[in-house]
Design a protein around this ligand. Structure first.
Ligand SMILES: Nc1ncnc2c1ncn2[C@@H]1O[C@H](COP(=O)(O)OP(=O)(O)O)[C@@H](O)[C@H]1O
Ligand SMILES: O=P(O)(O)OC[C@H](O)CO
Length: 515
């Protein structure tokens, strides 16, 4: 049996951040400072238009290698590590055989839109909000439940195996934790409330799988992981691994982890993460709030036996990935940071607006029938304007989500006075200034920008007593940079008016005869 070393003093907590484009392992010290990082990218598989897959085996290999890199770079071994926390790209669905550990199909990624027909059929006459009262989410291709149904319906033999109890489902947190704790040799099959709240299968008030939704989606409940809190010991590292005997003690979806790492512990505090997509979460306290404006009701975190904390979320599918698209599909930049220089080569967007509805539009529109559009083009527009329009798209989309949040917040008596930000795109000064201009409130970035991994580390460290609780997180949070709004109101309103017009041009694009 694997046991934990309780004799060596513990100096660190390790976070594993299994993201959309890469898997990272980050070691943190007691002050919440980064000690070392390991990182590997994995392949993005696009078998058809609108389909996005990852290879779960590659992800697991990369996680192990990232942990190896991280520990060797710091010359730290597992005896000095108090606990491991996992955070992950949410909604991405993995289904595997519990007897062999082999996935039955690639992971179907959150951005994938293949389940449109399944969602339409499930909605029937009742519409996309059919399950909203149970799970807090609209029926959309984004969430895991319909993806699991697709796998069971389309992979030969999968449904029979699932019905026999041989298959397991999980988001990538569950997949990583199962493997980390032993896989076929006794791996634990768990998830936390935040990840479960993104499947459409969990009742967000009861924090339990909902039988009726699972039945509608024809998903055997034996496949589903046990729902646990975000901060408790789920199991110990497997004997063969580098983390043998180390408690695996934190699990949060990446956006909730960032909210935790940003110390948004009070009702009304909000953060926005600028990565592949953008995700703004506002803490709504111990009572769930139902949005009237296209936001998702989601679990924010649950620490051990404490009451759960809820959030409203505005999810934007495409932000940083639009910059990758400029790099990979248009070739007008060779690396993401170059977009800033290209955008600075022009004074403004030249009338061009880029609505990147590559996976339809998420919050606040939830239009699966939308597809991307670049509008306002004239002979005047050059690649500098396109780069600028691509950057501005992130800020405009964020403003739309913020408007929805402000509307919902009115009923809660909370006011949004500033926005905490993090993620890869916050390195872009032009974007951050434009963002503050578009929001009309200051945008504030912390010194440790890896808030996602930090949040997972805190959840794990709190579970084992390495940190005492939320006050430690608050004490460790230090402001790095602040952007104040500078734009005239009239100019802001003009730009937003044009943007809103551009958004309407993307609607109703997908016809029924297109998969
Ligand atoms: N200087 C920059 N300007 C604009 N976008 C950037 C810049 N640097 C990185 N990005 C974008 O940020 C994203 C990476 O951010 P990250 O937080 O690592 O994402 P994720 O965790 O979603 O993989 C990429 O999509 C990339 O295009
Ligand atoms: O891996 P990221 O940072 O792109 O985040 C993905 C989100 O969790 C999807 O909901």
């Amino acid at each position: 049996m694997t046991t934990q070393d309780t004799t060596t003093p513990k100096k660190y907590v390790l976070a594993i951040d299994q993201g959309t484009t890469s898997s990272r392992a980050i070691l943190f010290d007691h002050g919440g400072q980064i000690v070392s990082v390991g990182q590997l990218e994995h392949e993005q598989i696009f078998p058809r238009a609108g389909w996005v897959e990852h290879d779960p085996k590659e992800i697991w290999t990369n996680v192990r290698e990232a942990v190896g890199q991280c520990l060797s770079r710091a010359e730290v071994n597992r005896h000095e590590i108090a606990a491991v926390g996992i955070t992950n790209q949410r909604e991405t669905a993995v289904v595997w055989d519990k007897n062999t550990g082999e996935p039955v199909y690639n992971a179907v990624v959150w951005q994938d839109v293949r389940t449109q027909k399944i969602c339409d059929e499930l909605a029937g006459d009742e519409g996309a909000d059919k399950y909203k009262d149970i799970c807090g989410l609209p029926l959309a291709t984004y969430f895991s439940g319909p993806k699991v149904k697709w796998i069971l319906d389309n992979v030969e033999g999968a449904r029979e195996k699932a019905e026999k109890g041989d298959l397991l489902f999980g988001n990538t947190d569950t997949w990583v934790i199962w493997n980390l704790t032993g896989g076929t040799q006794g791996g634990v099959h768990v998830t936390d409330v935040t990840n479960a709240s993104r499947t459409m299968l969990m009742d967000y008030r009861k924090l339990a799988w909902d039988e009726s939704v699972c039945a509608d989606m024809t998903i055997p409940m034996s496949m589903l992981p046990e729902i646990r809190s975000s901060s408790e010991v789920y199991g110990l590292g497997r004997p063969q691994g580098l983390l043998v005997g180390t408690p695996v003690a934190g699990d949060l979806g990446d956006q909730q982890a960032a909210t935790f790492g940003q110390a948004c512990f009070t009702k009304g505090m909000a953060k926005n993460t600028y990565g592949t997509g953008n995700f703004m979460l506002i803490n709504t306290g111990e009572e769930p709030v139902v949005s009237e404006n296209g936001l998702l009701t989601t679990l924010c975190y649950k620490i051990g036996e404490n009451k759960p904390v809820y959030a409203l979320e505005g999810s934007i599918a495409v932000t940083g990935s639009l910059i990758q698209w400029l790099r990979d599909n248009l070739g007008i930049i060779t690396a993401a940071p170059e977009v800033e220089k290209l955008a600075a080569s022009v004074e403004d967007n030249g009338g061009a607006y880029f609505v990147p509805a590559f996976s339809g539009l998420f919050a606040p529109h939830w239009r699966s029938d939308a597809r991307g559009a670049l509008v306002g083009l004239t002979r005047y527009v050059n690649k500098g304007h396109i780069a600028r329009a691509a950057l501005e798209a992130t800020a405009f989309q964020t403003r739309e989500v913020m408007d929805a949040m402000v509307e919902d917040a009115k009923t809660q008596d909370v006011e949004l006075t500033e926005l905490k930000v993090d993620g890869g795109m916050t390195a872009n000064e032009t974007l951050m200034q434009f963002q503050a201009d578009m929001l009309g409130v200051p945008v504030v970035k912390p010194k440790v920008a890896e808030t996602t991994a930090l949040g997972a580390a805190y959840a794990a460290g709190i579970a084992v007593g390495f940190w005492d609780g939320e006050q430690d997180v608050i004490d460790n949070w230090v402001e790095d940079k602040r952007w104040e709004p500078q734009m005239e109101d009239a100019e802001r309103e003009r730009l937003l008016r044009q943007w809103k017009k551009a958004v309407t041009k993307t609607f109703d694009w997908v016809d029924d005869d297109i998969d």
